[in-house]
Design a protein around this ligand. Structure first.
Ligand SMILES: C[S@@+](CC[C@H](N)C(=O)[O-])C[C@H]1O[C@@H](n2cnc3c(N)ncnc32)[C@H](O)[C@@H]1O
Length: 207
């Protein structure tokens, strides 16, 4: 990350204006890792007919990479930042990429109908919600509420049919979040955890 976009404190990640200002300056940044590092984990979940939602896309290239894997049902990328969304939209038009819709939307209040997607993925986005978690063993109740809202808004019982993939980097946070995944899997779902590196964890659930 370049110094001119680094925040003074990680709490800035909770401030929508921080993201707008950052995306005005920054062309491209991949949180955690780029697609090539976890392609082997995602490709078994992808097939031509499915539609995919990426939550909190920022200026990542993940949506395009998923499209290139042959997902012809379409990829929808959402972000709360209008700057990120407009810049991604313009870039995709410029390079002639069709099949990726980019939409301004709040992951805590999703604007989609039930069963709109077959797979939901996020990379580093839940991490941004967790910067004020405090003691991971005794987490801040507001943070827990927000994580639960995000999960509720994206679980298969709501806007999609599953599977879902969360890629998060903070291992101490996942110990807090895993019970949310494991204790409340949507009915009929099996939750598995794949730890592909010490730095990030992928959770997925299949009907
Ligand atoms: C850590 S960045 C991850 C960006 C991208 N997924 C990546 O891997 O490079 C977190 C992203 O979440 C977005 N975001 C934060 N709160 C959001 C919300 N409530 N709804 C949708 N997007 C949000 C931010 O604008 C930012 O683009």
């Amino acid at each position: 990350m370049d110094d001119d976009v680094a925040p003074c404190t990680a709490l800035a990640y909770l401030d929508p204006s921080y993201w707008d200002q950052r995306f005005e300056k920054e062309e491209h940044y991949e949180w955690l890792k780029d697609f090539s590092h976890f392609r082997h984990l995602l490709t078994p979940l992808l097939s031509p007919s499915i539609s995919v939602l990426e939550v909190g896309c920022g200026n990542s290239r993940l949506g395009e990479e998923i499209l290139r894997e042959g997902v012809s049902g379409g990829v929808t990328c959402i972000d709360l930042s209008p700057v990120a969304v407009h810049r991604m939209h313009d870039r995709l038009v410029e390079q002639g990429t069709s099949g990726v819709d980019v939409v301004v939307a709040d992951m805590l209040d999703m604007p989609f109908e039930s069963d709109s997607f077959d797979l939901v993925i996020e990379k580093g986005t839940m991490d941004a919600l967790c910067v004020d978690i405090g003691d991971p063993w005794n987490p801040n109740p507001t943070t827990v509420d927000n994580v639960m809202k995000m999960l509720e808004a994206t679980l298969p019982s709501t806007i999609f049919r599953g599977p879902w993939v969360y890629m998060v980097c903070r291992v101490e946070h996942i110990w807090h979040r895993l019970p949310l995944f494991l204790l409340h899997p949507p009915e009929g779902n099996e939750v598995t955890r794949v730890q592909s590196s010490p730095r990030y964890v992928t959770c997925s659930s299949k009907h």
